[in-house]
Design a protein around this ligand. Sequence first.
Ligand code: IMP
Length: 182
Amino acid sequence: MEVTGRRDDPALGSVVVAEDALRARVAELGAQISADYAGRTPLLVGVLKGAFVFMSDLARAITLPVEFDFMAVSSYGSATKTSGVVRIVKDLDLDLSDRHVIIVEDIVDSGLTLQYLRRNLLARHPADVEVCALLVRDGLQQDDLDLRYVGFRIPPAFVVGYGLDVAEHYRNLPYICAYEGT
Ligand code: IMP
């Protein structure tokens, strides 16, 4: 279903991941996680705010019992570039001891936010920590990041929609598209 009106926004560029492609890939990721974690109850840790749409769909594609928690971080830097200095704005509510944690991220760009988060969560003595990232920016040096589940690798353009924003706008677009505003 094409969403007219919003697509008339001149700041929005081409669609990078369409709605049906998102649906199909999220179903695959859910099936993979369900198989990998059979017999366990993974704890999904969503990184607010960007991951909330993806996490909601992903969780419903997982056929195991799952638990949820959320963290909000803000990274210092300009609007479209992170500096790697991360501050926890909202911490987890749950104890991670012996839990099978899956960090659910919207997009991995430099990987600095994720590196910080993984280190921070590992210090809380979980059984293990894996990462499920909907998007990974092409060209990123990912060897050190150890991304277990990846939805799509995308070109360098800044993107919005499906949880991703520019100044809190566009999070509710049901697809991911390039942002061409200033
Ligand atoms: P990293 O630390 O450079 O990997 O940046 C990751 C964070 O930057 C993501 O969780 C997003 O919040 C934000 N980000 C990076 N690229 C984009 C984008 O294209 N659109 C919206 N947010 C982005």
